[in-house]
Design a protein around this ligand. Structure first.
Ligand code: HEM
Length: 191
């Protein structure tokens, strides 16, 4: 993995242990929302013609992604933000770079999840409980955005290093990273 150490990232976004504890406290309110959020999320993406063309170009893709998105959503509220978490999220970013999804599509999509989650918290929490919960949610989503951005920075640098032009660089770089990871896996399995 090529990302910065998790301690550096947590410090950068200001995600402290008290925020992680706060997230654990709202986990039971948020995880039942995973499926509904996935439905809303792919409906939102489907309204963008480019996202629609990409996502619906392969039969069964969106149906498969519902489950992947739900896992992503639930694990966000598990309150554990360690190296393993960062690596998984980083890989999700690389997958998006590999499919040519741009950061200018990803960041508003994270904003969409943020809005849905906030709306829900505002409807279920008492006013006195809201500020701490919303602050923790914002920190976690800042971490998500940072990890996505990091994936793209590394993928772009690798693509540029391979001589690809800047528009295609993230995609090419992501392909190289995934190919390298796959060859390492083959090596380990073959031993
Ligand atoms: C909050 C933002 C987003 C989240 C949390 C999210 C979540 C995910 C997850 C968890 C995966 C599976 C990754 C894997 O297989 O390792 C995935 C794949 C994918 N996502 Fe997203 N996504 C987001 C935004 C977008 C946007 C804006 C697009 C634009 C069209 C998009 C298109 C795709 C595509 C094409 C794949 C790969 C499909 C495949 O494996 O066949 N995603 N997404």
């Amino acid at each position: 993995m090529y990302t910065l150490p998790i301690e550096v990232l947590l410090k950068r976004v200001g995600l402290e242990p008290r925020h992680a504890e706060q997230i654990k406290q709202i986990e039971h309110l948020m995880t039942p929302l995973a499926h509904e959020t996935a439905l809303g999320f792919y409906d939102y993406l489907g309204r963008d013609p480019r996202a629609r063309a990409l996502l619906w170009s392969e039969p069964g893709r969106v149906e498969r992604l519902y489950g992947a998105f739900e896992d992503w959503f639930r694990s966000m509220f598990a309150g554990t933000y360690d190296e393993d978490y960062a690596e998984k999220r980083w890989r999700v970013g690389i997958m998006h770079a590999r499919f040519g999804v741009t950061t200018s599509s990803l960041i508003p999509a994270i904003g969409f999840v943020h809005s849905l989650a906030m709306e829900h918290l505002m409807s279920v929490l008492r006013p006195a409980e809201l500020p701490a919960a919303l602050e923790a949610l914002t920190k976690v989503l800042a971490l998500e955005t940072t990890l996505m951005a990091e994936s793209y920075e590394v993928a772009t640098a690798m693509g540029l290093g391979a001589g690809v032009d800047w528009k295609k660089a993230p995609q090419r770089g992501a392909e190289m990273i995934l190919a390298e990871a796959a060859s390492r896996l083959t090596f380990v399995r073959g031993r």
